[in-house]
Design a protein around this ligand. Structure first.
Ligand SMILES: C[S@@+](CC[C@H](N)C(=O)[O-])C[C@H]1O[C@@H](n2cnc3c(N)ncnc32)[C@H](O)[C@@H]1O
Length: 251
């Protein structure tokens, strides 16, 4: 069954959040609460594979990133690792890469990590971006899109700010099948929440992570939603046996 059939709006729904507004608030509070330990936990819990996924995603957009006039937005940028990977791919002289997030604490860390680079940071909600239409050549989002309270609204907002022909890359977790899937699910549902909670000192976020991945549409449905939002070409590329994957779209 299609994961979305029971509700009109589909998006993140942290425990106790009854509507999209409450969900967005809970998500922002959650990330703000783990901001100080976010990077450490990310690298530890993914065995550093996260770095490879960001690099691989940035490489996929090498052509657009090589154009000095290209405007680039990294949405839900958090502490800026995807944004920094884009900058590395583009070359240090690129001054048109912007990271946006609605958690001030996450952005503060992004600012500290990127001191001395031309990266710029904007505090903004991905569902109401403070940019004119058709401004960006590339919009990326790594492990952030899944947390939006309304996926379709998020996709429409990305399409709105992209130039015709512009590209989008959404990197997120998947649900691998077979034996790998079974082992992975034990790790993701049992081990990760315990270790995450212990190190961050906060209970909610690392229990929310596996449930948010479970709620997230599978590749077929997500590609359908991307087309419906206005992308002309779409694809999904699995990374590391489908543990993560990249949704690509062209407006
Ligand atoms: C799991 S973190 C990912 C951070 C970073 N992209 C990475 O790869 O590590 C998700 C981020 O999405 C942000 N986020 C979630 N919903 C958002 C929204 N509606 N608008 C802006 N940022 C949002 C959170 O504040 C958080 O920093």
């Amino acid at each position: 069954m299609n994961k979305s059939t029971h509700s009109a709006v589909i998006g993140a729904a942290p425990e106790g959040a009854g509507d999209p507004q409450a969900a967005a608030l809970a998500v922002r509070e959650m990330f703000t609460s783990i901001a100080p330990r976010y990077d450490l936990l990310n690298h530890l819990l993914s065995f550093n594979v996260d770095r490879m996924w960001w690099r691989k995603t940035a490489r996929r957009f090498a052509a657009v990133l090589s154009r000095p006039e290209a405007n680039v937005l990294d949405l839900c940028c958090g502490t800026g690792d995807m944004t920094l990977a884009l900058l590395r791919e583009a070359g240090k002289s690129s001054n048109r890469i912007l990271g946006a997030d609605f958690s001030h604490a996450m952005l503060q860390r992004a600012g500290e990590k990127s001191a001395g680079t031309p990266l710029r940071w904007v505090e903004a909600d991905a569902l109401r971006l403070p940019f004119a239409g058709e401004h960006f050549d590339l919009v990326t989002s790594a492990f952030g899109f899944r947390n939006l309270a309304d996926y379709d609204a998020g996709l429409r907002e990305i399409v709105r700010v992209l130039r015709p022909g512009g590209e989008c890359g959404i990197l997120d977790f998947g649900e691998p099948r077979g034996v790998v899937g079974k082992i992975y699910r034990i790790y993701f549902k049992r081990v990760l929440p315990v270790v995450g909670t212990m190190i961050s000192g906060v209970r909610g976020p690392y229990a929310y992570l596996p449930s948010s991945v479970e709620r997230f549409p599978g590749p077929e449905e997500m590609l359908e939603r991307m087309r419906a939002a206005g992308f002309c070409e779409v694809s999904w590329t699995p990374y590391t046996l489908g543990i993560a994957g990249l949704y690509w779209g062209r407006k």
